[in-house]
Design a protein. Structure first.
Length: 230
């Protein structure tokens, strides 16, 4: 890949967010890779997407038995792989995305990330909320059958300090309050966290486990899973 080119840079209440593009050095492979950088921290890019898709699939498979037309809350939007994957599946009845960065929403609605989520944004089941995920979990009366959360590099590596509250006892309690009985919490992480597994159990989640996603180098990405008891 060539050196990254900055396409947009925004400053907001949560700091700086940047969209970059890397073009293929090989002219035969012309598909660019887009990257999102938040406060200087690499969040994700469009090079793969396996772990984001597993996040959605793992939540669905953990719904046992799955309700009819289950609802899912995805937080946040990112490069859109989780949303696009959920939208491509007929079994989801309602798909809500919470994203606190207006820039990221713009990059999907009218920018280059629309190549990932264009069809999903036109899906009548999909709603995009411009809101902070943590605030939404605490304040919304809505309940979902699945929460698929991917707003940081993991519980131990947050993008901003205020995100740490999501993984606290109060944050996990808010997640349970937003879940239907038997609903599933799925949290993406760049590395496994035994401490977070224990925190989920302490918060009352059952069937807590971690699923791995192999990566080219280093430790696998993971999805932490737990169920809200019936």
């Amino acid at each position: 890949m060539t050196a990254p080119v900055t396409l947009d840079r925004r400053h907001g209440p949560h700091g700086e967010v940047v969209l970059r593009r890397r073009d293929a050095a090989d002219p035969v492979h012309k598909i660019p890779v887009y990257e999102i950088i938040a406060n200087g921290c690499f969040l994700m890019d469009t090079s793969d997407g396996r772990s984001e898709r597993l996040l959605v699939d793992a939540a669905w498979l953990a719904l046992d038995p799955p309700p009819e037309n289950p609802s899912v809350l995805i937080g946040g939007l990112g490069v859109g792989f989780s949303l696009a994957h959920a939208s491509a599946q007929a079994h989801w009845g309602r798909i809500v995305v919470a994203e606190r960065e207006q820039a990221i929403i713009d990059w999907h609605r009218s920018g280059p990330l629309g190549t990932v989520t264009g069809a999903a944004l036109a899906d009548s089941r999909v709603t995009i909320l411009y809101t902070d995920l943590v605030s939404h979990l605490h304040a919304s009366p809505d309940r979902y059958d699945a929460l698929c959360l991917d707003i940081d590099n993991g519980p131990d590596w947050t993008v901003t300090e205020d995100n740490q509250s999501l993984y606290s006892p109060a944050g996990l309690a808010a997640c349970r309050a937003r879940l239907t009985p038997g609903g599933v919490l799925a949290v993406w992480s760049a590395q496994p966290s035994a401490a977070f597994e224990e925190a989920m159990r302490n918060a009352g989640f059952s069937s807590v486990r971690t699923e791995e996603v192999p990566v080219a180098r280093g430790v696998p990405d993971v999805v932490h899973l737990g169920r809200n008891p019936r």
